[in-house]
Design a protein around this ligand. Structure first.
Ligand code: SAH
Length: 339
């Protein structure tokens, strides 16, 4: 059966027209699904019983089951969702002073193989559909009874390796007749799939792009992230410059600091050289411990020194708060689970 949440408004209109209905019905349904966040077609009371029946026969509502819910000492909540095919994924809800932010997964498992990330540990199963990405947000809003204001594609998976579904999910979430989250409140993080960065620059969506850089030489980066063997730092930064030029948006570079690996002054100096003159921001992440991981977190002193060096040399840098690390909900700690 087709998942009703996989459709953006335009596509849903086409579906309804094919069923012999008026396009405005699609708007009504889209609102029920994404704004009212109902869990059954029976609740769509401004549709005829006949249409509700037709919808039931053709579409599923895709309502995830919560297998597990963990609350961290800082209030961060990690959900383990049953995605209805025997697989399970994690989604994280974080509270910031400006509102609620959700970290969604884009795939069940990940193919990228980054050495410091737990999502890599278990085999890749498949990409999530647009509707399954959107349902993570809707399921969390239903459960926590809150309205989410920011979405980050920083959960399990490489969003740009599931390009079409991720871009479609952004369009759905962004629609004013749906959950209506502004594109500027949506961030996509990538390990650096260069051709897809060029493609994203052409989409005319104003989302924020985050790049997992993590190192300043190819030798160092290739050891941490195998993707660097395919697209090296120079090619990656070239695509970033193209993205900034075309979208006029600032890029955010993520840099996870690991002790004696990428956290000394030489690294900071090289980073300044690489990013000089770019419209960007550096997000420093104290690297989080993962099972069997070889990297350990830099000392707080080193992290602050690194930040200060960047800031003193014209690169805006901030340290990312470590939310949810006591329940393994922080960056790089999410993983696919088997049921
Ligand atoms: N695949 C995408 C998005 C998922 S990861 C990407 O690579 O960008 C979200 C962020 O967490 C990325 O910047 C990733 O590099 C970072 N990350 C992964 N493992 C981490 C760890 N152990 N500690 C800190 N950050 C980590």
């Amino acid at each position: 059966m087709k998942n009703i949440k996989d459709y953006n408004l335009e596509e849903l209109k086409k579906q309804l027209v094919q069923m012999g209905e008026k396009p405005f019905r699609a708007e009504q349904i889209f609102k029920w699904v994404h704004q009212e966040n109902v869990t059954s077609f029976d609740e769509m009371t401004n549709l005829s019983l006949e249409l509700r029946d037709k919808l039931k026969q053709n579409f599923s509502m895709c309502i995830f089951n919560i297998i597990k819910k963990q609350v961290a000492s800082d209030g961060t909540i990690k959900y383990l969702f049953d995605v209805l095919d025997g697989n399970a994924i994690e989604t994280v809800l974080m509270k910031y002073h400006h509102g609620y932010s959700i970290c969604v997964s884009s795939q069940i498992g990940c193919k990228m193989g980054c050495k410091f990330c737990a999502s890599t540990g278990i085999a890749f199963a498949r990409s999530l559909t647009s509707g399954e990405i959107v349902e993570q947000l809707l399921a969390v809003e239903r459960d926590a009874r809150i309205k989410i204001s920011n979405v980050v594609f920083m959960g399990i998976g490489e969003p740009l390796d599931n390009y079409d579904n991720v871009v479609n999910a952004i369009r759905i979430i962004n629609n004013q007749k749906g959950v209506n989250i502004g594109a500027r409140h949506i961030s996509v993080s990538t390990s650096g799939l260069v051709p897809k960065i060029y493609q994203l620059a052409e989409e005319n969506i104003q989302c924020t792009l985050s790049i997992s850089l993590h190192a300043t030489t190819d030798e160092q980066r290739s050891k941490m992230m195998p993707i660097n063997n395919l697209y090296n730092i120079e090619e990656l930064l070239k695509s970033c410059k193209d993205y900034i030029a075309k979208t006029n948006r600032r890029i955010s570079f993520e840099y996870a600091l690991a002790k004696e690996n990428n956290d000394n002054l030489e690294d900071a100096k090289r980073l300044v050289k690489l990013l000089k003159g770019m419209n960007c921001h550096v997000n420093l992440i104290p690297i989080n411990k993962i099972e069997n991981g070889t990297f350990t977190k830099s000392t707080n002193e080193n992290i602050m020194k690194f930040r200060d060096y960047l800031n003193d040399h014209g690169i805006v840098a901030t340290i990312r708060r470590e939310l949810g690390s006591d329940i393994d909900a922080a960056c790089g700690q999410l993983r696919r689970k088997n049921l």
